[in-house]
Design a protein around this ligand. Structure first.
Ligand SMILES: [Zn+2]
Length: 455
């Protein structure tokens, strides 16, 4: 029997896992979408019931934006350490523009995969981990470690007010041994990814108004336009190799240490060629050499124009000098860079280079967090995962994407490891979000082993 089939068989025959899988079906059936303010209290209440029934001490707090659930399983062992599982019960919507084979809010199983909105991100992870705690307790007299689930309801909307809840319960949560991130996935080789961070971001608008109205373009040789002016300003901020030309940014970044560089070089599968093939790129990559490519992607900031709008773009011809031009931009941040400080440096740059007419407006900011994965609690996770995963593990100190890890680390100061039950094509936020049954069961086994490692 293949390993996949073996894991599926264990999943099907395990009565406790099946009982919790029924609860996952209910959980996915209950919509909870922060952006639409749907079902948040209802789902938080349902989670409270499930965790109380499992023997946890539960706090349901709705003081701030979305109700927050904190469920604690206390170990009777004196001076027991603590593991925190960070989760969110909100999901993104499943709008009509997404293609689903079944109903998004109804769990369906096909060919060894479980489908449904939130089955990976993040409801499936909540139930799988709770199942692991219960499975451990079913065969052991007591837990060797305290376990706290913190479950927020606004993760898909930039974790509104999570910082407030973390501050409120900081005293209970600091000093933990390990925080397990909400989710994780296997890469295309089937290796279990263990991630230690994510990049930050600052997004902003740049706008120029050069006149009260668009002007006849016969004046093109004597009147400057918002379009040329903004383009020149943008041009001054980055060179053609993709390096940011704004003073003081690279000086501030925290260089990766040797272990971080080595992890990325060993485990990152992405290359300039794979990105070229994936997206059908027609322009040459900014960096081709693998080492430089990985360093740029994982450890350096990037400046991107997300959109640019100016002048007449309608049918035929309109001979004008546009009076307005606007652009949307972002800088992806790495440790050492703070959103507002980066924006101040950009403002200063524009003034220094003679573009003081550009109006810069901050829209959104999130800090980055990175870890070299050398904390004993994380090494423990890596070793357990290696032992339980025949396909192997891929340990990455950060992902090139952005998320709220910094908020959590900043508030609690606990080492973070992200690993989970997703796969390389789990399609989070898209139609047919899925996890494989074998991965779901393997994750439960890994979490059980993690608990046992504290014996
Ligand atoms: Zn998530």
């Amino acid at each position: 029997m293949s390993r996949q089939a073996e894991q599926i068989r264990k999943f099907e025959e395990d009565r406790l896992i099946q009982a919790y899988f029924e609860k996952l079906k209910v959980l996915i059936g209950k919509k909870s979408i922060f952006a639409q303010q749907i079902g948040l209290l209802d789902v938080a209440t349902y989670l409270t019931e499930i965790f109380e029934e499992a023997g946890a001490e539960v706090i349901l707090d709705d003081s701030y934006a979305a109700p927050f659930v904190m469920a604690t399983f206390i170990s009777p062992v004196p001076d027991a350490k603590t593991i925190i599982f960070y989760h969110h019960y909100d999901t993104v919507p499943a709008d009509d523009d997404q293609i689903w084979t079944g109903q998004p809010f109804e769990v369906s199983i096909r060919d060894g995969y479980i489908y449904g909105r939130g089955v990976d991100d993040d409801k499936g992870h909540i139930i799988a981990r709770l199942s692991a705690v219960q499975k451990y307790q079913a065969v052991h007299e007591f837990l060797p470690v305290n376990i706290i689930f913190i479950i927020e309801g606004a993760e898909e909307s930039a974790s509104v007010d999570l910082d407030k809840y973390l501050k409120k319960y900081q005293a209970r949560l600091t000093g933990a041994d390990l925080l397990v991130w909400e989710q994780g996935a296997r890469n295309v080789l089937g290796q279990l990814e263990i991630a230690g961070g994510n990049k930050g971001i600052v997004t902003f608008d740049m706008a120029v108004k050069s006149a009260d109205l668009d002007i006849h373009s016969s004046y093109g040789g004597v009147i400057d336009s918002a379009s040329w002016y903004l383009m020149a300003a943008l041009q001054s901020m980055r060179d053609r190799d993709g390096c940011i030309l704004v003073d003081g940014i690279y000086e501030k970044i925290q260089e990766p240490n040797e272990r971080e560089l080595a992890l990325v070089e060993e485990f990152a599968l992405i290359t300039s060629k794979s990105v070229t093939d994936l997206y059908g790129l027609t322009l040459p990559p900014l960096v081709a050499d693998r080492k430089t490519f990985l360093k740029r992607l994982f450890f350096e900031p990037s400046l991107t124009i997300e959109g640019f709008s100016t002048g007449y773009l309608g049918q035929g011809v309109k001979t004008i000098i546009p009076a307005q031009a606007t652009a949307k931009l972002e800088v992806r941040l790495v440790p050492g860079l703070e959103p507002h400080d980066v924006l101040d440096k950009i403002r200063k740059h524009l003034v220094t280079y003679g573009f003081e007419k550009v109006e810069v407006t901050f829209t959104l900011g999130e800090m980055s967090y990175r870890s070299d994965m050398s904390e004993p609690a994380i090494i423990n996770v890596i070793e357990l995962a290696k032992r339980l995963t025949p396909e192997g593990v891929a340990v990455l100190p950060t992902s090139p994407g952005t998320g709220p890890m910094h908020t959590v680390f900043h508030a609690l100061g606990v080492p973070i490891a992200g690993f989970g039950l997703g796969n390389a094509n789990s399609r989070d936020h898209a139609g047919d979000e899925n996890v494989s049954i074998a991965d779901y069961y393997s994750h439960i086994e890994l979490v059980e082993e993690l608990i046992a490692s504290y014996e």
